[in-house]
Design a protein around this ligand. Structure first.
Ligand code: NAP
Length: 380
């Protein structure tokens, strides 16, 4: 019988001020990596900067740094000229947001970037030249040769000796790639993935704070019988779904889908694995779901797969067939782990070389801020 293998809760993860409501069931526990550090503001910690601090990911950086007691001696908040001069309190101190300029990085050891690809392209090399080690959330450098693309639970060994205060750029993978590979890599290591077919159900949060605000506003407007305001997406989002808004490529795949293909090849260092993806935006506030079908090199039973996933770091199982209870975005929202369920043999095959999974992960957290902070922990 499948289990609902969630750990005893260690308390709710820090929540953003909004969207706390609607949580279903118990809060699954958060499992941390062995290299978690313990400190906070300390004279011998690195000097930090957050680029894009006012955004959805920037705000999550602050929650995650605090939650994990990340050590730091000094902190700098950077955003656009629009935010410069605004005040923010964090970790018992008062900060003034500064405008990002090419002089922002003197004396900074680690900068966490989340202000968009064009900002990263311009400022990450400047930061690196100033001796600051950059962890970049944008897609700007993910496929650049020599730039490590890191999911700490998957390929921490690809970090190439990068350290805080030594310069260099490390890229955070795309959120859908991180969430998929947290679940699929342990299976890949055990039985070898030959082909992966993914369909995503992606939340508003992946398109930033403005998209989350628009989904909330549209939902209210539709319920009140008003025409929905459409500033971020070209279609009604509330009570609807549509193909991912990333630019369409000549091959008929959108950029989000191709990121999953190319980034997986780089992270696994296996360009021969066959991968296809269909990425869809659904009117969910902040956690992505993915349906994943795997063709394996070697036989693997569903029980063996569940056992492997139960032991995988950063993965929790919700797989209760009797109760028809499997991962939902609300399980993952504001939590560290990627949740896996619907673990079953692919009945379209006569051998035991096919497996289906359904996964949910908080894409602002493990899909962005948490992953980047875990990478920063590896730099200490
Ligand atoms: N949302 C996600 O879950 C997610 C996941 C993975 C990666 N990412 C990547 O992370 C980046 C940010 O995403 P987000 O969702 O946090 O977006 P967001 O909510 O729209 O925030 C954008 C941030 O960038 C700042 N910014 C914009 N123009 C700037 C400029 N010229 N100089 C300095 N700062 C500037 C904004 O500052 P102002 O407030 O001053 O405008 C804001 O802090 C993007 O590259 C995105 O692809 C996002």
């Amino acid at each position: 019988m499948r289990s609902c293998g969630r750990e005893a809760g260690s308390g709710a993860a820090l929540k953003s001020p909004s969207y706390q409501h609607g949580r279903i069931g118990r809060t699954p526990g958060r499992r941390r990596l062995a290299f978690r550090v313990q400190a906070a503001k300390t004279d011998n910690g690195p000097s930090l900067a957050i680029v894009g601090v006012t955004g959805a990911v920037g705000q999550e950086f602050l929650r995650v740094l605090k939650e994990r007691d990340f050590p730091y001696s000094n902190m700098k908040f950077l955003a656009s000229a629009r935010s410069a001069g605004k005040q923010m309190d964090w970790d018992g101190n008062h900060y003034t947001i500064e405008e990002l300029t090419d002089k922002s990085f003197g004396g900074v050891d680690i900068a966490l970037f989340s202000a968009g690809g064009s900002i990263s392209k311009k400022y990450a090399p400047l930061a690196s030249d100033a001796g600051c080690t950059v962890v970049d959330n944008s897609s700007a450098f993910r496929m650049t040769e020599g730039v490590p693309l890191i999911i700490p639970e998957v390929n921490a060994d690809h970090l190439n000796g990068h350290k805080a205060g030594k310069g260099g750029i490390i890229a955070n993978p795309n959120c859908s790639t991180i969430i998929a590979l947290m679940a699929v890599t342990p299976i890949h290591r055990a039985a070898g993935v030959r082909r992966m077919v993914v369909s995503t159900y992606q939340a508003a949060s992946g398109a930033g704070q403005a998209a989350m605000d628009e989904l909330e506003q549209q939902t209210r407007e539709v319920l009140e019988g008003k025409p929905p305001t459409q500033n971020i997406f070209p279609f009604q989002y509330a009570f609807n779904l549509f193909s991912h808004n990333a630019p369409m490529q000549e091959n008929g795949y959108n950029e989000e889908e191709m990121k999953m293909v190319k980034e997986t090849h780089k992270i696994w260092r296996q360009p021969d694995v066959a991968i296809t993806a269909t990425c869809i935006r659904v009117p969910i506030m902040r956690a992505h779901a993915e349906s994943i079908n795997l063709e394996l090199e070697n036989e693997l039973s569903e029980d063996e797969a569940e056992k492997i996933l139960k032991e995988a770091p950063g993965v929790s199982i919700i797989n209760d067939r009797a109760a028809n209870r499997f991962p939902m975005p609300l399980d993952a929202s504001h939590n560290d782990d990627v949740y896996v369920g619907r673990i079953r043999q692919d009945i379209s095959r006569s051998d035991k070389k096919g497996l289906d999974l359904f996964v949910c992960g908080d894409q602002i957290k493990k899909g962005a801020a948490l992953n980047a902070v875990q990478v920063a922990e590896l730099l200490l």
